[in-house]
Design a protein around this ligand. Structure first.
Ligand code: XMP
Length: 537
């Protein structure tokens, strides 16, 4: 039987299983109160070589091991009726265990509020850069100048501190911009040390980790070897199925497994019909060149296209895609299980942001899209393996490089699981699919020729669901519109539209309208994420 799990799926059970599977290393746990910067805090901590994990606030009482706890920012006021909170008992239990705590923005206010201080609405709030003035020596600001620029984003402020707490910094509009209680090992900062605009922000986080006594033992170097050993120990001489798409995550996962268990690995590559021009052949060649031997190639394109043909709602399209994908994979798995008794595992290339959507959309994350990665089937007879579930995308790229995978793999731009399906708006027709494929080829060729591909998180065309008037060969044309999306981003969670050379955009527009029948207009998308997502659907 197949069970589907749509949406972001961090349950505390999976978190505990996951924590249990990690070797004994120091960890900082970030309690998420809904800030758009929560992932940024986690990434910064990892850059400082301490392993970090994000836990939603409602699961904070399940934190079993932590050398440091950070309370994130969040969009609400501690006085809002439904604002995210943790209990005083929980906070006291961490204090009793001697775990240092740092509150950032909302986290800073929440600490003061819970422990008996006073938070009030500021007269005008403070947004953007301002100067921080240190008024008392603190381990948090060790080695820093007495004044520097920090980035603020708040309306409420802490106005009086709980007993035993001291003010350590202020700004023009915020008298308590940072506080500490060294006996309780608690710090609070009203500004955001994790954002680039805060000078010395990294050093502040570094100082906090040093205060916590965290060992700097999170390194991607040697990770490949550790993961291979762990997988070997867990899998033994059993067989494993892994579905690959040729993308960075699944190819890295498959290669890692191959190094761990050799030919006991079965690689499944499904042609969904929504792949780019020549992608099936190129992916198969890549897999063979990388030395995979048991490759199951399934061309299910007709089945996908038939099921999705009349659907125009984006979520329905994604969900049908996920169902068909799961169905095809399950059939392949059943077939292999009937042939190999020792087939026991199904590996999936889930990465960290797939498991935890930052609560940027509200304290409890709302589902934005059914990401294909997290709607994979649970195949009853197989146990799931997710060896990359603790890594960010850039860490997977480093791992791929360390494993010896070629540049064309570890530098590859992300491509969504449902492929061109999410880049063809409205109903998918053979004509729109053909336009999308041809436009992808042109955009890719030009981006490579201009040396832009490697500087962008992604660049791709999208076929809109509307037509517009144009002139072709002196006659009126009424044809499709193609939009070009190009973004810079460090992790795909937020993104800015790329400022591309005008001549490059003109070349693309000329080639797309000239070489592809049925297109008479090309647009360039200048929206950032948020509010727009990177993909159109
Ligand atoms: P959005 O559109 O949510 O995309 O801003 C963020 C990043 O995720 C990729 N993406 C997907 N990747 N399966 C994937 O494997 C999906 O269903 C999916 N949807 C979006 C997207 O290309 C971008 O890099």
């Amino acid at each position: 039987m197949t069970k589907y799990n749509y949406g972001y799926n961090l349950t505390i059970e999976s978190y505990i299983v996951f924590l249990g599977s990690m070797p004994m290393i120091n960890r900082a746990v970030i309690v998420d109160f809904g800030s758009q910067y929560t992932h940024l805090i986690a990434r910064r901590i990892r850059e400082l070589m301490v392993y970090s994990e994000i836990v939603p606030f409602w699961d904070a009482d399940k934190i079993s091991e932590a050398e440091a706890i950070i309370l994130s920012g969040g969009p609400m006021s501690v006085y809002d009726e439904d604002s995210p909170k943790i209990s005083r008992d929980l906070l006291e239990s961490w204090i009793k265990r001697g775990i240092p705590i740092l509150g950032i923005c909302y986290g800073h206010q929440l600490l003061a509020h819970i422990l008996g201080g006073k938070v009030e609405k500021g007269a005008q709030g403070e947004y953007g850069p301002t100067y921080l003035e240190i008024v008392k020596d603190s381990p948090l600001f060790n080695g820093l100048p007495r004044q520097f620029k920090v980035w603020m984003n708040h309306r409420d402020s802490v106005y009086s501190l709980p007993r035993g707490f001291h003010v350590v910094a202020r700004t023009k509009d915020t008298p308590i911009a940072a506080f500490e209680n060294l006996d309780l090992k608690i710090f609070g900062v009203q500004f955001h040390p994790e954002v680039e605009h805060t000078e010395n922000g990294i050093k502040i986080l570094d100082n906090f980790l040093s205060f916590c006594g965290c060992k700097r033992d999170w390194k991607i170097e040697n990770l490949a070897e550790k993961k291979i050993k762990e997988l070997r120990r867990r899998i033994g001489d059993a067989r494993v199925i892994v579905a690959v798409s040729g993308g960075v995550d699944s190819t890295t996962l498959a290669y890692l497994l191959k190094k761990a268990i050799g030919n006991n690995l079965h690689v499944v590559f499904i042609n969904t019909g929504f792949l780019r021009e020549h992608e099936p052949e190129e992916t198969l060649k890549l897999l063979r060149d990388l030395g995979f031997e048991n490759i199951e190639y399934v061309d299910a394109s007709e089945r996908f296209i038939k099921e999705i043909a009349n659907i125009s709602d984006p979520e329905e399209k994604r969900q049908i895609f996920a169902r068909v994908y799961a169905g095809v994979l399950e059939e392949v798995a059943k077939n292999l299980v009937s042939r190999y008794q020792n087939l026991r595992y199904f590996a999936q290339g889930t990465i960290y942001p797939d498991r935890i959507e930052s609560a940027a959309t509200g304290a409890r994350p709302s589902k934005i899209k059914s990401h294909h990665n997290v709607v994979m089937p649970t195949i009853e007879m197989l146990e799931k393996l997710e060896p990359l579930a603790d890594l960010y995308k850039d860490e997977v790229r480093k791992l791929a490089k360390e494993l010896g995978l070629p540049e064309c793999v570890y530098k590859k731009q992300p491509f969504p699981g449902p492929g061109l399906l999410v880049r063809i708006l409205g109903k998918v027709t053979p004509e729109k699919l053909e336009i999308c494929r041809k436009a992808h080829r042109i955009v890719e060729e030009e981006a490579n020729k201009w040396g832009l591909a490697s500087t962008l998180w992604q660049i791709f065309p999208v076929v809109l669901n509307s037509k517009s008037t144009g002139i072709k060969g002196d006659a009126r044309a009424y044809e499709y519109i193609v939009a070009i999306r190009a973004v810079i981003s460090s992790d795909g969670m937020t993104a800015d539209a790329a400022r591309l050379p005008w001549e490059f955009l003109e070349t693309i527009a000329r080639r797309i309208t000239g070489e592809i029948p049925g297109v008479c207009r090309v647009l360039y998308d200048i929206t950032s994420k948020p509010p727009a997502t990177i993909e159109f659907e």
